[in-house]
Design a binder for this molecule. Structure first.
Ligand SMILES: Nc1ncnc2c1ncn2[C@@H]1O[C@H](COP(=O)(O)OP(=O)(O)OP(=O)(O)O)[C@@H](O)[C@H]1O
Length: 308
């Protein structure tokens, strides 16, 4: 399958000598939702800005829908819609003139029907004659998305789409992004919210210190790196952990009522059967048990150590 975005060997050294990207290869598949995760300062915005032609790479190549972003800038850029982190629009304009103007910037012929469709899909149609300044924060963000979609891009970049928005609006945004994907738009989003990547993404890339350290299908990532934890609630509290259990990595809660065992869910032998046999042989009765799968958040913290 041909990549809709192909970034190869991209480096960026800023004027002050700081190297923000150290040779990034990133290939995005048509029609996917790709989440780029990384701690503050990892290089997410720099990478997006290069792909969108806002910042020049120091070396490397970027193709957007087959067009080279530096040699064939206009064609490449017109395939991309970018929703930046910050609100950047004229607050005194109406919603309608804002999206109409954005479309014009890309040299596209007017298409009121498309703009109406975009505004309706973002629940902004009844606000089309309202000045941006009179909209709520959530609506302003949606206007930024409408602007980015005004020229019918095939690729949409969302830089921290839900930073600082409430939970309800975040869920609305997710719904909307899924709707966009269903209409054939490829979506790349950066996020600090692991929950967002877990909820939305087909694939996840992790960037740290200017390097992509991992790209994986979300489901595979969660399976591969996910550890499972088995908690066993005991009929009778134990005063001490039997040595053979401790040797197998089992821990006992302070109140003596719960045993915890961590295992590799993908392993050939999880060790659970053996553990249960040992408990039975030791006369330890179980009242209840649960397993817990590591969340993407736990996986992420393990990967990046929470730092750039
Ligand atoms: N114009 C610039 N000049 C020098 N250094 C810069 C410039 N822009 C960004 N940087 C540095 O490059 C690194 C990557 O920044 P970037 O904004 O790409 O990170 P990010 O992953 O988007 O971070 P955040 O999650 O905080 O938005 C940071 O250390 C930043 O200080």
């Amino acid at each position: 399958m041909q990549s809709i975005i192909a970034a190869d060997g991209v480096t960026k050294t800023y004027a002050n000598g700081f190297q923000a990207l150290k040779g990034v290869d990133l290939h995005i598949r048509p029609g996917e939702i790709f989440a780029l995760l990384g701690p503050n300062g990892a290089g997410k915005t720099t990478l997006i800005s290069i792909i969108c032609g806002i910042v020049n790479a120091t070396s490397g190549t970027v193709l957007a829908d087959g067009h080279d972003i530096s040699r064939d800038y206009r064609a490449a850029r017109s395939t991309i819609g970018l929703v930046p982190q910050e609100l950047s629009t004229d607050l005194w304009e109406t919603v309608w003139s804002t999206v109409k103007f954005s479309r014009g910037l890309f040299g596209k012929a007017p298409n009121p029907a498309h703009l109406e469709k975009v505004l309706r899909s973002l629940s902004l149609w009844d606000k089309k004659d309202t000045k941006i300044m009179a909209l709520s924060g959530g609506m302003k963000r949606r206007v930024m998305i409408a602007k980015a979609l005004s020229h019918e891009p095939r690729i949409l970049f969302l830089d921290e789409p839900t930073a600082g928005v409430d939970v309800e609006l975040r869920r609305d945004m997710w719904e909307m992004v899924r709707g966009l994907r269903a209409s054939g738009v490829t979506i790349i989003l950066t996020t600090h919210y692991i929950e967002e990547a877990e909820e939305m993404a087909d694939r996840i890339g992790v960037i740290r210190g200017g390097e992509i350290i991992l790209v994986e299908d979300k489901a595979v990532l969660m399976r591969k790196l996910g550890k499972k934890r088995l908690s066993l609630q005991l009929q009778q509290p134990l005063t001490a952990l039997p040595a053979d259990l401790a040797d197998n990595g089992v821990t006992l809660s302070e109140d003596g009522e719960t045993l915890t065992y961590t295992f590799d869910a993908q392993g050939e032998d999880t060790g659970i059967a053996g553990l249960l046999r040992r408990l039975e042989a030791g006369g330890i009765d179980i009242k209840d048990m649960q397993t817990h799968q590591s969340s993407l958040e736990e996986i992420f913290v393990e990967l990046v150590g929470g730092r750039a």
